[in-house]
Structure formats: C-alpha cells, structure tokens
Design a protein. Structure first.
Length: 297
C-alpha cells in the first residue's frame, strides 16, 4: 500500500435545502411538493468528504458564515476527520446555501454563495504553508475565479498537481486551463469549455463525466476511452460528480494511474446516487472495491 495521499480541497461549503417534488413550478406558479430536508453540501465540502471517506488525509480550505449552519458544517467536517484549521468563519456573513429542487431523481440548484465569496487570494496566501504540503489540490467554481487562478499558479510553481472541476461553469482564464493537471467537466460544461479554448491542445487533461453514459477521457498515448456507468437505481444525482472528483484525486494521488483512478471514481459515484443528499451515499473504500468486484471491473 502506498502512503496515505494528502488532498487539499479549496472550495465551497453550503447547506443544501432540498425540496422533493413531482411538480416543478413555472415562473409565478406555486405547487405543492412532497418533503423538505437540509443536508450538508457545497461542491468543495462534498468532494472533501468523498476523499476522506475513501481514506485520504484531507484539508479543507474554505469559509462559512457566523451562523448555525456554519457551526454545524464545521462540526461535520471534524466528524469526517477533515482538517478544519484552514477554514475561515466570516463575521456578519451567512454560510453558503443551495436551494435544491429534486424531481424524478434529478436536480435543479441555485447557490447563494455567502461566505464562499470570502475565499480570496489573500486568504489562500495566509494558508499557503498548509496548502503546499498536499499531494494534490482540488477546486471547483463556487468560489471567486481570481482565487482559483491564484491557487493554480501557486500549485504549478510548486509542482503540485491540480484538478479543476469547472462547476458551475464560468469563463475560465487561459492560465487555469494551461496549468491544471486535469479538468473534469460534465457534458454541458465541456461544450462551454470547447468554445473557450483549443480543445485538441488540452484533450489529454479532460475527464468528461457523462452521467449514465459513463466517463470519457484520453490516454497519454492519444487513445480515447469510455468507461461505462453502473446500472444502478438512481435516487439522487446531487453530489455524484463531487464523489467522482473526490475519489479520483484520492486514487490518482496514490497510484498516479489515470485509468485506475477513473474506474475507482466511477464506482464510487455509482454508490453515491443510491441515497438522498449529496454526502449521505458517499462510500467507504471497501464498498467501492466490492462494487468493482461485483461487476468484474
Ligand atoms: O454538486 C452538488 C452541490 O452543488 C450541492 O451540494 C450544492 O451545495 C451545490 O453546491
């Protein structure tokens, strides 16, 4: 067994307000839904939890507000064994909140970033020593883009691999594309990315998560691969991409084998969609290994 990988997630922390409904309202319309529950979420936090459950040593760099949500989300990180020393509590700001409508197993999400907007380059600079002790850095697009750019540059200078999950999609600075080790868009995000850059030049760093259509990527020898998804009963896709990303960085940092890491992450994501809530179904390593064995992968 290789040494435990140290994963640094620089990203968002939200409380997810999930309403389950058969009917989705149109503009100006009210409908009666089925149920409501809060779940811990945020793409950054979800990815950190996924990595921690799969055995990585995880440090979370992010921010919560000075409120009850912030307090309970920080506590939750501690229970998952995630380092919270590099997290900030922003005064007079609310913790990020995601309003999620869950209908027929798929979601619609609106994020109010709140404290996530305070994850600034200055904040990263102050935590530099913690960040630079990591084996790999993982980021998403729910914190300011200037912070992502700053962190990618810092990591590149120190030869630390960086995985960028461009969700939710925003215009990506050229330097981020150039200096990222891997970029993990879904199908819609990849369409946008292709408009913004010369795809052929960056093809080898793209890992495209295609939901039920699997995961597409290109091997270093130029061979294109498609790994099929698992035929599972989907309850909630929220956090599936996050599980994939957290699992991918954990496995890639350990083995440096892109195919193996994607296979592993694909199996982890298939387990996550079987439960409600972004983090509820995130598996432990044993469950992922078992699923891969069951399907001969
Ligand atoms: O990727 C799922 C996450 O997106 C949710 O947990 C929500 O908080 C939003 O950030």
């Amino acid at each position: 067994m290789k040494k435990t990988p140290r994963v640094c997630v620089v990203g968002s922390i939200n409380m997810d307000m999930v309403t389950i409904t058969h009917a989705v309202p149109n503009q100006g319309e009210t409908v009666l839904g089925e149920s409501f529950k809060t779940y811990p979420g945020g793409k950054g936090a979800n990815q950190a939890v996924a990595a921690a459950r799969l055995g990585a040593e995880v440090v979370m760099v992010g921010a919560v507000g000075e409120d009850a949500f912030g307090k309970s989300l920080k506590e939750r990180f501690k229970n998952e064994g995630i380092e919270t020393e590099a997290m900030d509590t922003v005064q007079k700001e609310s913790t990020g909140v995601a309003s999620i409508i869950l209908s027929e197993g798929d979601n619609r999400i609106i994020v109010a970033p709140g404290a996530n907007n305070y994850v600034t380059p200055e904040a990263i600079q102050k935590k530099q020593d913690t960040i630079l002790t990591s084996d790999i850095i993982l980021m998403q697009f729910e914190i300011p883009m200037e912070t992502i750019e700053y962190t990618v540059n810092l990591a590149y200078k120190h030869h630390i691999p960086v995985v960028i999950n461009p969700a939710p999609y925003q215009a990506i600075p050229e330097s981020v594309i150039e200096k990222a080790t891997f970029i993990t868009p879904n199908e819609l995000e990849l369409q946008e990315l292709k408009k913004a850059t010369n795809y052929e030049v960056i093809r080898e760093k793209i890992i495209e998560t295609k939901g039920k259509h699997g995961v597409a990527f290109t091997l270093p020898n130029g061979e294109e691969k498609l790994i099929p998804s698992y035929p599972v009963k989907v309850k909630d896709t929220t956090g599936a991409g996050d599980t994939f990303n957290g699992a991918f960085v954990t496995e890639y940092a350990k083995e440096k084998d892109i195919s193996k890491a994607i296979q592993f992450a694909n199996a982890a994501a298939s387990l996550a969609v079987e439960k409600l809530g972004a983090q509820e179904g995130m598996p432990a390593r044993e469950a992922v290994v078992k699923r891969m064995k069951e399907y001969n992968r």
